[in-house]
Write a protein that binds this ligand. Structure first.
Ligand code: VGL
Ligand code: ZN
Length: 198
């Protein structure tokens, strides 16, 4: 058994000044860097959208950012345009220790479907390949940190628990978007799925 640290979407667009800024998002970079040495493996995820991505409100004429729409795979929040492939906003925070990563997993690159979780697209079916990578390396204990607590961190942690990994989230090294109570809902959903909140 071995431990992996999975750092979710610690990118410029989710930090203050970014297109989908999470309050205090940059405050977790130092703590995340400091914990990397405690793990057998470090994985970084990178939200990585094409310009025509379906999750962008401006690709839906008349739709307001943060409004909810219905997609073939279920409800979807329409976000401000963010983490466009190759843009500065999609780059990792400049102070994140990227060199320590064994794997950088990109997600959200299919135009027609969003991908909050590091394991499955938002249809909950299409795998990203991360479970196979972790299983082949014997990385059975997973610790999640990063952005945003109530979307990509929570969806990733819940999927990991459902897949049978031992999962914890270090909440002090996350920050939430908190859209209409989404932070509290994410906490109770994670607990119900068997995720340990530290
Ligand atoms: C995220 C909304 C849209 C996240 C990514 O990283 O939590 N949230 N894309
Ligand atoms: Zn996104």
């Amino acid at each position: 058994m071995a431990d992996a640290l999975i750092v979710i979407d610690l990118q410029n667009d989710f930090c203050p000044g970014g297109a989908l800024a999470v309050a205090g998002g940059d405050e977790i970079v130092g703590p995340v860097n400091a914990m990397m040495g405690d793990f057998d493996a470090v994985v970084l995820t990178q939200d990585w959208h094409p310009a025509d991505h379906t999750s962008f409100a401006d690709n839906h004429p008349g739709a307001a950012p943060f409004s909810l729409t219905q997609m073939p795979y279920g409800p979807q929040v329409l976000w401000p345009r963010h983490c466009v492939q190759g843009s500065t906003g999609a780059e990792f925070h400049a102070e994140l220790v990227v060199d320590r990563a064994d794997l950088i997993l990109r997600k959200g690159f299919r135009p027609a479907i969003d991908s909050y979780s590091a394991f499955f697209e938002n249809d909950h079916e299409t795998p990203t390949g991360l479970a196979g990578y972790l299983n082949e390396r014997g990385l059975t204990r997973l610790t999640f940190v990063g952005l945003a607590h109530d979307f990509c961190v929570a969806w990733s942690a819940i999927d990991a628990a459902k897949l049978g990994f031992s999962v914890r989230v270090i909440e002090a090294a996350t920050r939430a978007i908190d859209l209409e109570g989404s932070r509290d809902k994410a906490r109770s959903d994670m607990k119900a799925a068997g995720v340990e909140l530290v």
